[in-house]
Design a protein around this ligand. Sequence first.
Ligand SMILES: [Fe+2]
Ligand SMILES: [Fe+2]
Length: 490
Amino acid sequence: MQNITTALKKLFYLWKRSQVPIKQSIKISKIDKLIIFLICILISIISSYKLLLISPLTLSGFFSWLFTFTEALISSGILILVSKKENPKITSRQIILIITLLLTVQAIKLTLASGLSPLSMIIPPALIISQGMGSITALAWVSIASLSWTDQANTINNNLFLISLVCASVVSVLGGRIRSRAQLLQLSFFVPIGAFFSQWILIGTDKISLIDNQEFVFDNGKIFSDSLLLAIVMLFTILFIPIFESIFGLLTKARLLELADKEKPLIRRLSLEAPGTFEHTLLICGLAEEATRMIGGDIDLVKTGALYHDVGKLHAPNWFIENQDGSKNPHDEIDDPIKSAEVLQAHVDEGLKYARKNRLPIPIANFIPEHQGTLKMGYFFQKAKEKNLKINENAFRYKGPIPQSKETAILMLADGCEAALRAMNINATDIEALETISKIINSRQKDGQLVNSDLSLGELFLIKRAFLSVWKRIRHRRIQYPTTKNNTFS
Ligand SMILES: [Fe+2]
Ligand SMILES: [Fe+2]
């Protein structure tokens, strides 16, 4: 009986370990919560107060006001929940951005609704949200922003609503995937053209020939000016996206790819002043990218984060083995394990300083401390023990924090495996390589470095496989090709 209970307990333990832990979202301060709540109330008031002004106010009129007010409040709440679900690390500033955009649209509806097309009201904010917080949040925002359109509804064509909704949905979906500013510009060109033609087909009164341009534009003046206005507002939005990025800490794909440019001054310095670290960084980029692809994580984020993870080594490149090139090792010269540990920790502290100086976004800067977590500097700890120094183990551990996301955890594992895989014999079998990888990953896991990372056991298995496939690629590159006598290639 006891055996069955133990077996069941073990099974339950294994099942629990295989589950993806629930991601803890960022805590929002009380003041921010109050601000968010007040904005939501304001949205509800703006969306519904006109119903209270109808005289005489009947009981059914009051209930319809109450219904609209509650509907707007609940919708705002749902929007916040959706955005939190899609972005577990969403900050209060970003939530405030989403609902302030909603508030602005509701206010514009009140003041300018009869004169302004819903196209220009809904599509540009959808573009900002999809770029910064993803397509699902943007789609939720679009559906809620299109909800309460009180008395102006009569003056706006139903087909126009449909076109706005379709265009905004297209922008939301594409906006979350777009990887460059050039593609954004294309979007700001094609969406207004699409909106123009769909309006012309669905709303335009006379189907005037396109050949006579002047007559065509003149007779569809309102439709044309609406689409032109949309194009202008979208262009301005694209122009202001970098400002939104810095104020609200948004990390768009375009920004990530810009930062991953190897001609960026900090990366250029790394390649010139710490070539060994640069090479190590490139290999880690490959390992982390493959592993992130395997588990369906954010590849652009991990690639850019990997590029900057060791920039702190620029403060003293020759203190790190990969840059020593067989010359004297400064650690041997000082012969003080505690000081050596301080130099190692400094590559994290200095890295964070470089990140601040170069205005790296927080999600990228997080890779700097989290890739080391609270790992033990085993070599120097052992040396201190041999010297019988009075030591505290914590002095030989990095200050952390441990990885808080799948991406930073993958980088930590890639960082651990890189040197071992590079040093591995060219004739080693796949099983031997996998054993080495597993040993390193399991030791990080046992040390408790992955508890906050959200990685399940299944994902760890996939990461090991991904590292193995990258190693196979490296091995393939190292195999020399036979050449002909004259060293000519065909
Ligand atoms: Fe490092
Ligand atoms: Fe590293």
